[in-house]
Ligand binder design. Structure first.
Ligand code: ATP
Length: 332
């Protein structure tokens, strides 16, 4: 079975060849059919450009893109069987919700009764059946987001591209929509490619994710692989918070002379622990406390669960961890 999307050494450079902006730089990528795939990375790392390369709104300067096994270099966007949900939703303000959703079908020449029936079906899918006659301006942010989703899904794409689709929503609504999107994707079985710079969103929603840095993929894997086995300091630091230990410190903790990552939640108070130093700060997190200490000249953070006995700031403490918590990276 061919992959839904495949990049082979794909680049997209902008500007003069003498000093190009390498928005996407020799990226290899395989997205399986039916996956919920997230592209995660800081601003400017190339995520949106990758999405535009898949949709066909952007063309590669080098390399090859395949969609379900077919080279799409000569295929225009509307023939790719791919639809995009944009961050600003791009709804037509003067059209009501039903017409917005039916728009793609109208362009394809589907008769009015049939396209309205389809639009109603999609609105029911996103729980907006009662809102067909409203204008986008009469909806909440979350409702507009769902209209945008229905408008993309009505075209029955095999791949749905979502560019920061929840970016404009407040936290509560964002979490509700995350659950909704995830269950919708499972029900429909469509491949979702989701761009976000929110690591929590990527970790909790994706089956598989790519972490971008400066136009390249720093790491690709399942959320658990990316979180527990980051390959580089960049990944360890960008995905979750981590204590990044330089080779000398790793060695003093019994590891090899390499950079290592130690997640704050894997540390615990331990009178015989190998990390010792004075407490420099204690911060309340709600679900626990974040303790900072200065160990051998390095700042180390530990997250202690709620109910733990807390040390006083300034006192010397020791921290321990299970051997497998010390993750050695391939950077000397
Ligand atoms: P964000 O999270 O901020 O949307 P991103 O990871 O999606 O960022 P891209 O939008 O893909 O990043 O941009 C990657 C780089 O390419 C940036 O440095 C950007 O300025 C540059 N870039 C993107 N489009 C163009 C263009 N049309 N012309 C010149 N440079 C561009």
């Amino acid at each position: 079975m061919p992959a839904a999307v495949e990049f082979r050494a794909v680049s997209r450079h902008f500007g003069p060849a003498s000093a190009p902006v390498k928005a996407v730089d020799a990226v290899d990528l395989t997205i399986a059919e039916g996956a919920f795939f997230a592209m995660l990375g800081p601003s400017g790392s190339g995520k949106t450009t990758c999405l535009r390369l898949i949709s066909g709104f952007e063309s590669p300067t080098a390399g090859e893109i395949r969609i379900f096994g077919q080279d799409v270099s000569a295929t225009p966007p509307h023939l790719r069987n791919v639809n995009t949900v944009f961050q600003d939703y791009a709804l037509f303000p003067h059209m009501n919700v039903r017409d917005n959703v039916a728009y793609g079908l109208m362009v394809k020449g589907m008769p009015r009764a049939k396209r309205y029936a389809k639009a109603e079906e999609m609105l029911a899918l996103v729980h907006l059946d009662a809102y067909g006659s409203r204008k986008p301006g009469q909806l909440s942010g979350g409702q507009r987001q769902r209209v945008a989703l229905a408008r993309a899904l009505v075209n029955e794409p095999r791949v749905l591209l979502l560019d920061e689709p929840l970016g404009a929503l407040d936290l509560k609504l964002r979490e509700a929509m995350q659950d909704e999107l995830k269950s919708l994707q499972k029900r429909l079985g469509i491949t979702f490619v989701f761009v976000t710079h929110d690591q929590h969103e990527a970790l909790s929603m994706a089956d598989s994710l790519a972490v971008f840095n400066q136009g390249k993929i720093a790491q690709i894997g399942t959320p658990a692989e990316i979180y527990t086995q980051p390959k580089t300091r960049f990944v360890a630091d960008f995905v979750g918070s981590s204590n990044l230990l330089p080779p000398t410190l790793t060695q003093s903790l019994g590891g090899p002379a390499k950079w290592a990552s130690l997640r704050p939640e894997t540390l615990r108070l331990d009178a015989n622990g190998p990390i010792a130093g004075p407490v420099t700060a204690i911060r309340y997190l709600g679900a626990g406390h974040r303790i900072s200490l200065n160990a051998h000249g390095h700042d180390i953070a530990a997250i202690l669960p709620a109910g733990s006995a807390l040390p006083e700031p300034g006192t010397e403490i020791r921290l321990g961890f299970a051997p497998e918590a010390l993750h050695i990276m391939d950077e000397a």
